[in-house]
Design a protein around this ligand. Structure first.
Ligand SMILES: Cc1cc2nc3c(=O)[nH]c(=O)nc-3n(C[C@H](O)[C@H](O)[C@H](O)COP(=O)(O)OP(=O)(O)OC[C@H]3O[C@@H](n4cnc5c(N)ncnc54)[C@H](O)[C@@H]3O)c2cc1C
Ligand SMILES: *[C@@H]1O[C@H](CO)[C@@H](O)[C@H](O)[C@H]1NC(C)=O
Ligand SMILES: *[C@@H]1O[C@H](CO)[C@@H](O)[C@H](O)[C@H]1NC(C)=O
Ligand SMILES: *[C@@H]1O[C@H](CO)[C@@H](O)[C@H](O)[C@H]1NC(C)=O
Ligand SMILES: *[C@@H]1O[C@H](CO)[C@@H](O)[C@H](O)[C@H]1NC(C)=O
Ligand SMILES: *[C@@H]1O[C@H](CO)[C@@H](O)[C@H](O)[C@H]1NC(C)=O
Ligand SMILES: *[C@@H]1O[C@H](CO)[C@@H](O)[C@H](O)[C@H]1NC(C)=O
Length: 581
């Protein structure tokens, strides 16, 4: 309906000689304005034959639809692969998002064979990006032909920002360059640095820098991207207390802006773009080709695990509350990081990360806590190790790289920052524990993954960093905590219920128990109902929006909950439309 009225209005506009402006909504296949095969083929020529038409991986599981390609054996293999090694199976596929919610029931191996395989919200075409010229060609094409753009690196995004109905995708996966500069020198940093191509994942960069004798701030999960969503979206790390957040590490961005300008943004040149890219959310200000970050000399790291179980619910939850209360003393003004899961059954510290220390550092931080477990007759098991490098500790806690084994690929998940004042105050602490206790109950089955970190400004431990757009709520947090539930392949309705419970009840309860802080903008459910501009971007939102408008005057960049997102909406057929135009 809307598009028809629009095209009439446009026709009238043209007839009376008014300037023709872009339609309100981006075209999707089937729309009259959708580019012809010939136009796509011209784009393909411009990008040297690097244009790929998306064919859903699960087409081998379906007999209906344009993409049908049923093959019993391939489909059986795919089912196993997607559940057991989802990252290895889907990450390297152009146009394929990782999170099943975003292709939903349109073509997946677990829906009935005779259900047609359709693209759904997958990109229609991807450019296999090899450099700036490919991106410039795609930007120009999208603008001239009114086509929606997305960027896919790993496709992990929880908000579906790396996929979109009717879109042309910049697939940056093959930008696999890594380069060390032992003597990076600028007014804002002198020392070792590493330049990481946009397609590199954490596991790859860790192995690379380890071989050179360095460690860097990067994701815990090997399968997570590096230069894309992760660093642009703030990025937490096991080394955050030691060196700062991922965005704090950035020395240079190599980027193509939405108007097609290729540039290097630094704290001195194109400073506003540098600032926005470092923490202001991915996929909004430009297409990053590489990021250069600080590197640090590697050395020993003490690690280990601690487990205690719920053998007496009241005693257990009291102990969990005490554990949180001691969080600040464990990490504040120190390079230490402690990562753990809390469920109704168990508190499992799966990684202590004590850079440049030995296991006595773990014994020391636990000295006030372990007697509290004994006092409550809660048996525990503690194991500690002296590792020779950061990588050795990471591998022992998260599993073999590059992908790692600990991180579930498609959980239903949120992430709340936890302020120091909440865990330290007995009443507030108890309120938070009551929320945990309710939603981790067996009937709901949530567990909460949490990390104690310190990111306060002005610390004597962490190096200084250039000014960036990291939401200041991070700086007075002592932890970020992720409610988690696995994806139910055999019963997607169950996962939809989990998403609704998370966004409708559990997460709002966590927010109410932790007032005056924010969320991790990368790790939030797509149905999130909170005050996203504040919780994700805080005081920086308006400034970020100005920078977005400056660099993206044609409104080519959009992402759910990205800066400027509310200037767009999706219509009933999921066309991306502008609110004002
Ligand atoms: C299994 C899993 C493990 C995770 N582990 C961690 C972790 O250990 N630590 C952590 O902090 N976070 C982690 N995250 C969250 C993660 O940081 C986000 O999902 C992030 O969006 C991933 O970015 P990506 O580039 O890999 O993914 P994509 O989905 O490909 O992209 C995410 C966003 O970044 C944009 N983008 C991608 N590449 C570029 C580029 N080159 N230029 C501009 N924009 C770009 C996209 O447009 C999109 O908006 C994890 C997520 C999952 C699902
Ligand atoms: C683009 O061109 C290459 C090389 O000719 C071809 O292999 C590929 O199929 C083309 N892509 C599309 C979408 O037509
Ligand atoms: C996925 O399917 C469920 C169940 O049909 C529906 O409620 C949900 O809105 C769908 N999600 C998307 C992103 O289309
Ligand atoms: C993408 O390009 C790379 C070279 O940059 C090439 O090795 C790879 O095969 C291409 N992938 C696809 C799916 O076309
Ligand atoms: C905790 O429970 C698990 C599972 O029942 C058990 O294997 C483990 O030994 C228990 N650990 C402690 C410290 O009691
Ligand atoms: C780690 O090394 C320190 C210093 O050498 C030593 O005291 C400690 O016992 C070692 N820890 C373990 C678990 O081996
Ligand atoms: C939590 O775990 C305890 C110990 O296993 C169990 O007895 C209890 O029923 C569980 N509580 C809820 C609310 O599920």
């Amino acid at each position: 309906m809307v598009p028809r009225i629009l095209s009439i209005l446009l026709a009238i506009g043209t007839a009376i000689g008014e300037p023709l402006h872009a339609p309100k909504c981006r075209y999707i296949p089937g729309d009259k304005g959708w580019p012809s095969t010939k136009e796509w083929s011209q784009l393909n020529n411009t990008v040297g034959g690097r244009l790929i038409a998306t064919v859903p991986v699960a087409h081998v599981c379906h007999t209906g639809g344009v993409f049908s390609g049923y093959n019993e054996a391939s489909c059986a293999d795919l089912k196993v692969a997607i559940q057991e090694e989802g990252a290895a199976t889907l990450q390297p596929q152009p146009g394929e998002p990782m999170n099943p919610y975003f292709y939903n029931l349109t073509c997946n191996p677990f829906t009935p064979v005779d259900q047609p395989c359709e693209l759904g919200t997958r990109a229609v075409y991807s450019i296999n990006v090899s450099g700036a010229a490919d991106v410039q060609a795609g930007l120009k094409f999208a603008r001239q032909n009114n086509v929606r753009l997305v960027i896919k690196n790993t496709g992990l995004d929880y908000l579906g920002k790396s996929t979109g109905k009717g879109s042309l995708s910049f697939w940056v996966h093959n930008l696999k360059t890594l380069e060390t500069n032992k003597k990076f020198s600028s007014s804002y940093y002198k020392g070792p640095a590493v330049k990481v191509g946009a397609g590199i994942i954490a596991g790859e960069v860790y192995e690379y820098v380890n071989a050179k004798g360095y460690r860097i701030v990067g994701p815990e999960c090997g399968l997570c991207g590096f230069a894309g969503g992760y660093t642009q979206g703030v990025g937490h790390s096991q080394l955050t207390s030691a060196y700062g957040l991922a965005a704090d590490q950035v020395l240079e961005w190599e980027v193509v802006t939405p108007t097609g300008q290729y540039l290097i943004a630094t704290p001195e040149k194109h400073q506003d773009l540098y600032w926005a890219l470092a923490g202001g959310g991915p996929g909004t200000y430009g297409v990053v080709l590489s990021v250069t970050v600080k590197a640090y000399p590697d050395g020993p790291v003490a690690g280990g695990t601690l487990v205690f179980n719920n053998t007496n619910s009241d005693a257990y939850w009291e102990a969990v509350g005490l554990w949180y209360k001691m969080g600040p003393s464990m990490v504040q003004d120190s390079p230490k990081n402690v990562q753990f899961f809390v469920s109704n059954a168990t508190l499992w510290v799966f990684a202590f990360v004590m850079p440049d220390q030995d296991t006595s550092a773990i014994d020391n931080i636990l000295a006030p806590f372990l007697p509290e477990l004994k006092k409550r007759s809660l048996p525990y098991e503690l194991k500690t190790y002296n590792y020779t490098s950061y990588l050795e500790n990471l591998r022992n806690s998260y599993g073999a790289l590059p992908y790692g084994e600990l991180c579930p690929v498609y959980p239903v998940l949120g992430s709340r920052l936890i302020p120091r004042r909440v865990v330290l105050d007995d009443t507030a602490n108890k309120k938070l524990m009551d929320v945990y206790r309710k939603y981790t109950a067996d009937e709901f089955g949530w567990f909460v993954g949490c990390s104690f970190i310190d990111t306060a400004e002005g610390s004597s431990v962490r190096p200084k960093h250039p000014d960036n757009s990291v939401n200041p709520y991070w700086r007075d947090s002592i932890a970020y905590c992720n409610p988690n539930n696995p994806w139910h392949w055999d019963d997607p309705a169950h996962s939809i219920r989990d998403k609704n419970q998370l966004s409708g009840e559990f997460f709002p309860a966590m927010e109410a128990a932790t007032p005056g802080t924010g969320v991790y903008l990368n790790e939030i459910d797509s149905l999130y109902t909170g005050d996203w501009k504040d919780t994700m971007y805080g005081v920086h939102y308006e400034k970020l929006l100005k920078i977005k408008h400056k660099y993206d005057p044609y409104d080519l960049m959009y992402g759910h909950f990205a800066v400027g997102a509310d200037e767009f909406y999706l219509d009933a057929q999921e066309r991306l439309c502008k609110v004002k135009y």
